[in-house]
Design a protein. Structure first.
Length: 417
């Protein structure tokens, strides 16, 4: 990000707080007329006007005049700079170049193998992808405000590295943030994948409506692994050490399936993508599922879309596998609903491709196992962002940090006299 100097004449705390407050309101609710900002802030019209002009002068805002109107509205100057969002999954690396409203301008990606490839090799590929996007867009290094990186593991957010990742050999305490900061000389922020996906839902997805934008909700990613991003009053809740939401390792009573973490009966070992694929292959091999047997007989792998097609064709085993996975995930989520009582749960991840039967099984278990009061107004819905969620969320992670009160104030103090 641009180096932001200090002010000679302004009170830094006042500038940072006021500028940050105004900018955040416009970022969250814009485009807005100046009078709308006066009402939302409670500040004098002259004060708002002064700060708006300075935010315009440093290029963080731009104005627009709606058709048929003579009054200008203010919004974030989305092309004033760019951020990069990186999403590392268990089998794929995706990198996106985004504007200052976290809209994806361009993206690139490819397969990875977290077990066989070293952190250096994967991060070098992420750097190459980001450079490729910069070159395709014709951007110089100064245009990059920051880089966000999501990992499928617990993360020490303050230090910017993964901690004891169960499926990422060699990544424990690997300095991801400092490695990438040396390559790009801009701020780098690293977080768990479900946390950044929750940020994407907050700003761009199911929770972006006025009813949920500043409320509390959960994003549940159901894929190879299973995890939850927890948002409280519009902010990510990471827990004391960044481990909040690791629901994939909640135990299923009475189940002895060995999990890759070393424990038995973990939710993702029973109902995650790998477990579901293994159960489908076993059903095909035993002859219990004619549909799956035919798929494997043609030399094709069984994925979630294959299971969904089997269920749609009436294959009883496919239907049973899908409903059982949804029910097991829903049973765990019911406990979370009783504890947390969110108004909204968003379901994302590759298992969403299983279709409406899967989602219906989750809902049925939640409503059956949770208290009536906890589910009275609960909405459980599929993410509309899906694959875009992690890269967009990583970009939003950067924007939340870079455009904090403190940093907006620093940019303000650079404005001309």
């Amino acid at each position: 990000m641009h180096t932001m100097g200090s002010s000679d004449g302004d009170d830094s705390t006042n500038v940072s707080t006021t500028a940050g407050k105004i900018f955040k309101i416009i970022r969250d609710h814009g485009p807005l007329y100046a009078n709308d900002i006066v009402k939302r802030t409670g500040l004098a019209k002259s004060t708002v006007s002064e700060y708006l002009e300075r935010l315009l002068s440093v290029g963080l805002l731009r104005d627009e005049i709606p058709e048929g109107s003579k009054r200008r509205r203010l919004k974030v100057a989305e092309s004033a700079g760019y951020v990069v969002g990186v999403a590392l999954g268990q089998t794929r690396l995706n990198v996106a170049l985004c504007d200052l409203e976290a809209e994806i301008i361009d993206s690139v990606g490819g397969p990875v193998d977290l077990v066989r490839e070293t952190p250096d090799r994967i991060l070098a590929r992420a750097v190459d992808f980001a450079r490729e996007l910069e070159e395709r867009a014709g951007l110089g290094p100064s245009a990059l405000f920051g880089l966000g990186f999501s990992l499928p593991s617990p993360v020490d957010y303050a230090q910017g590295f993964p901690v004891n990742p169960p499926v990422m050999p060699g990544w424990d305490h690997f300095p991801v943030a400092s490695y990438l900061a040396q390559e790009f000389t801009c701020p780098v922020f690293v977080d768990n994948d479900v946390n950044v996906m929750a940020l994407a839902e907050r700003d761009k997805g199911a929770a972006s409506t006025p009813a949920y934008r500043k409320a509390s909700f959960m994003l549940v990613k159901a894929g190879s692994g299973i995890g939850a991003g927890i948002v409280i009053d519009g902010e990510i809740y990471r827990g004391a050490k960044g481990a909040a939401g690791d629901i994939g390792h909640i135990g299923i009573d009475g189940d002895e399936t060995l999990c890759r973490c070393g424990n038995r009966g973990c939710l993702e070992a029973v109902a995650g993508g790998r477990a579901l694929a293994a159960a489908a292959e076993a059903a095909a091999a035993s002859g219990r599922s004619p549909f799956l047997a035919e798929v494997l007989g043609r030399g094709n792998a069984v994925d979630m879309e294959t299971l969904a097609r089997g269920a749609a064709s009436g294959d009883e085993t496919c239907i049973q596998l899908i409903c059982l996975a949804g029910s097991q995930i829903g049973n765990v989520m019911a406990k979370l609903v009783n504890f947390f009582n969110p108004p909204l749960i968003v379901i994302s991840g590759s298992l969403v491709k299983l279709g409406e039967r899967f989602l219906a099984s989750i809902r049925e278990s939640i409503y059956h196992r949770s208290t009536p009061l906890a589910t009275a107004d609960l909405v459980v819905k599929k993410s509309a962002l899906l694959e875009r969620g992690a890269t967009m969320g990583a970009a939003i992670l950067v924007l939340d940090e870079v455009f904090s009160h403190r940093n907006v104030g620093k940019l303000m103090r650079r404005s001309p006299g």
